[in-house]
Design a protein around this ligand. Sequence first.
Ligand SMILES: Nc1ncnc2c1ncn2[C@@H]1O[C@H](COP(=O)(O)OP(=O)(O)OP(=O)(O)O)[C@@H](O)[C@H]1O
Ligand SMILES: [Mg+2]
Length: 256
Amino acid sequence: MTRIIACANLKGGEGKTTIARHLAYHAASRGLKTLAVDLDPQGNLTDSLMPEGEGTYTQSSGLFESGFSHAKLHLAESDRNLSLLPADARLDTLAEIPGSRSAFVQRVRANLRAIADFDVIVVDTPTNAPICYLAGLAAADGAVSPVQMDVYGISGAVRLTQAIQRVRAHYNPRLIHIGFVVNRFNSRAASHAQLLEQFRAKRLRLLSTVLRERVAVQDALGRRMPVWRGPRGRVNTRAAREMRALCAEVLAGVGL
Ligand SMILES: Nc1ncnc2c1ncn2[C@@H]1O[C@H](COP(=O)(O)OP(=O)(O)OP(=O)(O)O)[C@@H](O)[C@H]1O
Ligand SMILES: [Mg+2]
């Protein structure tokens, strides 16, 4: 059975694409046949996994159409178990197409759920394109949400929790919120510790792995590799260990 995981948060820049990318690499390295789906018109996941640019591959805006077929998927060069459904410019125009938003969302849910030849589908969702993030959440078995320890991050987390409840009510009653992941944590910042306490007090679901602020995460993005892969001496083992631990925790959240 295919498991679909959406990376989602209503606040931008919290680390959704970073986590989506690592989840996809991690699942593929475990031998799971993995499809990374970029539903963000910004196309950051696409840029990081498919740097050679557009080809004649199936694109993610096709998910919003009936008769979607994923016959021509881009296979990542680095990992034979990893394929990509890249973002394309048409995602930006969806809001302008007449028709009910709910019909679009339902169509993506049906199209993604009909893809049966993968073990895991990881969906990266945007912040500023409601049709796209709703579609990702409507299709998913589980959602994971990075959050940074600042005041805005916490209010964004509360909004997301409410949005997930609405998605459950309208589209996807079985959606599991796997949890929030504290990202870019700095144990030397007193404010981070205080905000983490406030976050816990809100009783929002929090994963046990905490991702710290790591230059290694930025460097790995520059290499277009996961943080655990790189030339000898360039891999930060602590950053690698915590990212692997997070990915394992998220997959376990959907029974993998
Ligand atoms: N733990 C970390 N340590 C250092 N840098 C990080 C960490 N996590 C993410 N970043 C960096 O923060 C930036 C934003 O992360 P990312 O693109 O994953 O966020 P996002 O939620 O997908 O943003 P958007 O809302 O624009 O889609 C990127 O440059 C990324 O490399
Ligand atoms: Mg992103």
